[in-house]
Ligand binder design. Structure first.
Ligand code: IMP
Ligand code: MG
Length: 213
């Protein structure tokens, strides 16, 4: 078990999670202002469509809640989780979408993500959602690591373009901690965060693991 706890200083300008220090990067007010702008755009652009929002758990829970409170058109809301199963044969990596029971056929699907980094996760989700025959799939992400994005999919709604540095807070975690923070914090330049996708992975996670989403 990786033991970690979050230490927050009084000014909320710096936090410590496990062995890492993170500095305040995006304040809550700024995040909320940007979400309001995204919601306004969606309210006008998606008005006459048959829309279902799909939040990607765990990371997008806060973004989804704050955004959807500002959506005033009639929409359906659902959530999914991505799990990845690494088979015995090397290199075999099968991803599954869990928790999605709604009919998507003919609908406008809007995926809600907390962060798009290389784009691998979103491409996997897109590929699988296409199988449900929606009329279109739009992507909304609060954060986009522009320089690391290698995907070909167009990101329709972007909250903030951020540098290729590890962030926590507002749904995003480091070893499962920090998701409840209202601000977003960034790891110092040149510092590397070992996540459970890397060396920090426990042996029992090897076969069936929940992806960091
Ligand atoms: P991608 O597949 O490379 O686009 O990475 C997507 C997933 O990696 C996200 O859904 C997050 O769960 C995780 N991730 C990427 N960057 C960060 C970060 O800076 N902080 C926390 N999680 C991250
Ligand atoms: Mg995510």
């Amino acid at each position: 078990m990786y033991l970690a706890h979050v230490i927050i200083n009084y000014s909320m300008s710096r936090i410590v999670i496990a062995d890492k220090e993170f500095d305040l990067y995006l304040e809550s007010v700024k995040i909320q202002q940007q979400i309001e702008i995204m919601a306004d755009r969606m309210n006008s652009e998606l008005k006459s469509r048959n829309v279902i929002f799909i939040g990607v758990l765990n990371g997008a829970f806060m973004f989804a809640a704050d955004l959807l409170k500002r959506i005033h058109i009639d929409v359906q809301i659902s959530f999914l989780k991505v799990s990845s199963y690494r088979g015995i044969a090397s290199g075999m990596n099968i991803k599954r979408l869990i928790g999605l029971n709604e009919e998507l056929k003919g609908k406008t699907v809007v995926i809600l993500e907390d962060i798009v980094d290389t784009g691998k996760t979103i491409e996997d989700i897109l590929f699988q959602l296409k199988g449900f025959r929606p009329s279109e799939i739009l992507i909304a992400t609060l954060l986009l690591k522009t320089s690391s994005y290698k995907g070909s999919a167009k990101i329709d709604y972007i909250g903030f373009e951020i540098p290729d540095r590890f962030v926590v807070g507002y749904g995003l975690d480091y070893f499962g901690f920090g998701r409840n923070l209202r601000n977003i914090y960034m790891l110092g330049e040149g510092e590397e965060a070992v996540t459970n996708e890397g060396e920090g992975k426990r042996p029992e996670d090897e076969r069936l693991e929940e992806q960091r989403t």
